[in-house]
Design a protein around this ligand. Structure first.
Ligand SMILES: [Zn+2]
Length: 328
């Protein structure tokens, strides 16, 4: 009996220890904001922090500009990285933040980064949808379970809440599909009008005001994929040079990440999507990485972040320094 009790005690302690070690940990929007500020203070010569707008609840959509020469940064080609547009993809914002951290920590030591770092400037906004991430984390505190809220948190008529920010952009907006809905109760609700959401507006204004952005990486976390336009159709991009870039670079990124590569529209059409809009409206070469599952334990998150950093280096090496003139 005593031996049995000892065994139970031993394994009980072992399992609770491993549970503690493996517990998932995600930052609130406030914690992410502080970390961005901390990084900006730690690397003042190559970093400045900025807010490009506010969420429905008034939380800043905050990020960093990173450049080896901040004075000439606006005349250099720029790559934009965004994350956390879908609230329940908790890993996405953490991975994006982790990539920012690695870019700063490695900028003078990683030879793969060094030459790219002289050429590009980088904008990085790890959390486009702070209200939903905070809601999902608060849900965990209240109930013991992480929330699964995807859209933003803006109240709509008839007591519905939230618009899918990634269906609210001005690209084939208003069309419906299995992945794009006119119904406010849907997880993929397109919104009452195009660019109706403050988070959408923040991104649109930022991109409209920064003509040096030539490439965009939007980090999600719902599956392991590297994805390129178009999303509204299965038809491939007509511009051969652009298509060659997308296929070649996504394949190389997919090999680094061990993810599959797919044209977005092959999942079935989606309308009003951020990256399709950026490519169509501005000729910005736009790629989505779905960085694995929604939520990830710390060791998995670290691995995902390290690999996404390497995939981003690949994108920096391949991305054209001028926008596409003929994305259509
Ligand atoms: Zn997503």
């Amino acid at each position: 009996m005593l031996v049995q009790q000892l065994i139970i005690l031993f394994f009980g302690a072992f399992f609770s220890l491993s549970l503690i070690a493996a517990e998932e940990k995600y930052s609130t929007s406030r914690e992410m904001h502080s970390e961005l500020e901390k990084l900006a203070n730690e690397f003042p010569k190559i970093t400045r922090s900025l807010t490009i707008g506010h969420s429905h609840e008034g939380k800043p959509i905050h990020g960093l500009q990173i450049s080896s020469d901040l004075k000439t940064a606006s005349s250099r080609p720029a790559i934009l990285i965004t994350g956390g547009i879908h609230g329940r993809e908790l890993a996405a914002a953490e991975v994006t933040m982790g990539v920012a951290r690695l870019l700063l920590k490695n900028h003078s030591t990683d030879p793969r980064l060094k030459s790219q770092f002289e050429k590009w400037s980088i904008w990085i906004f790890p959390l486009i949808n702070p209200d939903a991430k905070d809601y999902n984390l608060q849900h965990r505190l209240d109930t013991g379970y992480f929330g699964r809220w995807r859209k933003n948190r803006r109240p709509l008529k008839d007591s519905y809440i939230g618009v899918d920010i990634n269906r609210n952009f001005d690209f084939f907006w208003g069309n419906t599909s299995l992945h794009t809905s006119k119904n406010p109760s849907s997880d993929t609700y397109m919104g009452p009008s195009v660019e109706s959401e403050p988070e959408t507006k923040a991104l649109v204004n930022f991109i409209n005001n920064n003509p040096n952005i030539t490439a965009l990486l939007d980090i999600h976390a719902s599956s392991p994929y590297v994805i390129y336009p178009w999303g509204h159709t299965k038809d491939t991009i007509k511009n051969k040079t652009d298509l060659d870039f997308y296929v070649k670079t996504c394949k190389a990124m997919g090999e680094i990440l061990d993810y599959r590569v797919i044209q977005s529209g092959n999942f079935g059409p989606a309308y009003g999507v951020f990256t399709d809009w950026a490519y169509y409206a501005h000729g910005i070469y736009s790629i989505v990485v779905e960085a694995g599952s929604l939520r990830q334990k710390p060791d998995e998150l670290k691995k995902t972040t390290d690999l996404n950093y390497l995939a981003f280096l690949q994108l920096m090496g391949d991305a054209p320094s001028e926008r596409s003139k003929w994305p259509r």
